[in-house]
Ligand binder design. Sequence first.
Ligand code: NAD
Length: 486
Amino acid sequence: MTVATNQALILRNFVNGKWMDVTSEQWLDVPNPATGERLATVPMSSKKEVDEAVQAAHGAFMAWKQMPVVKRARIFFRYQQLLIEHHDELAQLVVKENGKSYKEAYGEVLRGIECVEFACGAPTHMMGQSLAGIAEEMDSEMFRYPLGVVAGITPFNFPMMVPCWMFPLALVCGNTFVLKPSERTPILANRLAELLTLAGLPAGVFNIVHGAHDVVNGLLEHRDVKAVSFVGSQPVAKYVYEQAAAKGKRVQALSGAKNHHIVMPDADLEKAVQNIVSSAFGSAGQRCMACSAVVLVGHQETFVSALKAKADEMKMGDGMNEEVLLTPVIRDSHRQKVMQWIQDAKEEGATLVRDGRQEVDHHEKGTFLGATIFDHVTPEMTIAKEEFFAPVLSILRAENLQQALAIVNGSKFGNSATLYSHDAKAIRCFREEAEPGMLGVNVGVPAPMAFFPFSGAKDSFYGDLHANGIDGINFYTRKKMITTRY
Ligand code: NAD
């Protein structure tokens, strides 16, 4: 089976190196959000199917763990080559099932490849430490070992990049893996499994179970799942963190966000507007790093009109069209909720500068929603507090940087924040005092690369060790000390 060449797929689970039919009573359609075309149907697997996959992963663990790390890394060198060869195909698949633009999807695939490249460094990253002579004729050494079966639970918005935050590093460290992809964008995961097989990954080392809550709960409850990597919305992240921790599992749960962009009086307005529009409305605002609130310092009235003018220029449509910047939201149910939230924000007293609801009817088949901008939003309003995950942008006002930072730090979320300024003192103050874990200076989407931790804070992250970088290595390995007297 090649997922990319079939028209309407019946998705199967991938267990022990084989594609398994699922005898589920419940299946969900997977439409292309831009056209409404049915791409696939995905099964809602049960805990029985979870158990089969975890058993397969558990069975494969010993041999995989014992394979020398250089050999495991070599499989990922081959995998990296395959991903490069299939870059265009994978990006097209992301556009189809997620709806984002081809340019964004191509970039997403590249971010995923970079995770594999980092994982290829495992022989270096997994090195321990040693100290000779801790006492007379005594040495101490630290070794790293894999944990066992690791589960990954992923969201719809990055079907390539987010799974790649997890399985390449977990596997190269010697763990085996069960992936539960988003039921809204499940297709690409199967292609990743096909390419892993082509790269030479042994059966059972990587498994996929499609579904929703039951699969997640099955993984959280399973005795043989030793660690859980989760990325998704805040309430689910908190639930996964609490449940997994209560069962004694390691867990990292990356969660929702409300990302502020502070525009200082000295900012280059043209560049700030350009960055904010693409951060807020690119991928239809469905990025955990999307700018959803601007904090305007000083009375920059020209900023609001420039922002609106730039948003007016955006072409809306299918992500395969090169000129398109504004792509659909994931489902109509989400669009309906967002439209209600827009109405609520208006009733709470925010000034509607641009109403994206007016552009809904022009694109009947896709789940499109125009760019929406609210001005004079205050920190108490729901729109300032909650994540909408849609092309909706709020503008708040502050007298100075300290007031702006108070707004940023008043949020329960702490994923990212950006400052637009060239004033060294302001930049330093922002770096020292802003609470979010990923900061940008004159950068619209300050996402760290794969060799750094993806380091959200507060309610944007539950756990200790973040995804990627050395944090990722520490998360997917346990340490053992040996102290020897000779
Ligand atoms: P979601 O929480 O709806 O789903 C994420 C995963 O959890 C899916 O696999 C889903 O099947 C499962 N799930 C959903 N509800 C569940 C429940 N009640 N019980 C058990 N499992 C459940 O998230 P989404 O809408 O797919 O993704 C968007 C969210 O992810 C946004 O909040 C976004 O900010 C967040 N996100 C965060 C990061 C980050 O790095 N912090 C990155 C990407 C996305």
